[in-house]
Design a protein around this ligand. Structure first.
Ligand SMILES: [Zn+2]
Length: 67
């Protein structure tokens, strides 16, 4: 990942202790209706209150454009 993390502080509790998480496996966000190919979801999570502050996919260019 070369993306810069867009959030450094929890907007809910004001905590600066942000954790990075990945979701993959059974809960993949797929870009094919019935395919097995998926994309990992990156999460930024407040380590104090547990709020999910941000989420994005690891490889957004793999998704087809809407138009
Ligand atoms: Zn928080």
């Amino acid at each position: 990942m070369t993306n810069r993390i867009p959030i450094q502080r929890c907007q809910y509790c004001g905590c600066w202790d942000i954790g990075l998480g990945w979701q993959h496996g059974e809960a993949l966000v797929t870009f094919k209706k019935h395919g097995m190919m998926g994309n990992r979801l990156q999460y930024l999570i407040c380590r104090r209150c547990g709020a999910v502050l941000y989420q994005c996919v690891a490889e957004p260019y793999r998704f087809p454009p809407v138009r």
